[in-house]
Design a protein around this ligand. Sequence first.
Ligand code: AMP
Length: 197
Amino acid sequence: MAGRSEALESICVFCGSSEAADPAFLAAAKALGQALAQADLRLVYGGGGVGLMGACARAAHAAGGRVLGIIPDFLMGKERALETVEHVIVSNMHERKMMMFERSDGFVILPGGIGTLEEVVELLSWGRLDLHRKPVVFYNPRNFWKTLFDCFQMTVDERLTPPEFMGSWRSVERVEDIIPALREMAGPSADAVARKA
Ligand code: AMP
């Protein structure tokens, strides 16, 4: 499994697939897609055309950014795969998550449902096991992630998780703070790459 990655080139976005999400969340997903394209960061995502994931990918693509979708065969129809962008069809969810992990240098978590929760909990758990040190940034509009953060803190308070775990991600409230937070977490080499660009 890949370890520390300081140069940021590809950013994985985990987010909801629901079409019924708050329009403000959909707008934020779109703004993030545009920001990734403008920063010349490739978007790696779940490959669908629905919900926040579709909004983010379409915006990145429309802004001239590189996009890689990774979608399991059985979700091609349900998540309405975006076939206009580069995509890989895999055979199951495990393969999808592993490929999303391996092809990315950092992760952004936008509001999402149970699928997003599953993805981010695994990612943070792998970090806790020192399987990676890739930056993880939550976009936290109107404190959407508060209950998840509280749940993590409860496991720390119960001495089930080490306190350092609470420092293994960043949380920002504005879309424009997402990429700077990723760069800050990734360390000096990523900053150098960004300055050269
Ligand atoms: P949701 O947050 O529930 O809307 O799901 C967001 C995305 O996560 C969708 O593309 C789902 O297909 C995906 N997803 C849900 N469960 C899993 C899983 N176990 N492994 C990988 N992706 C998943």
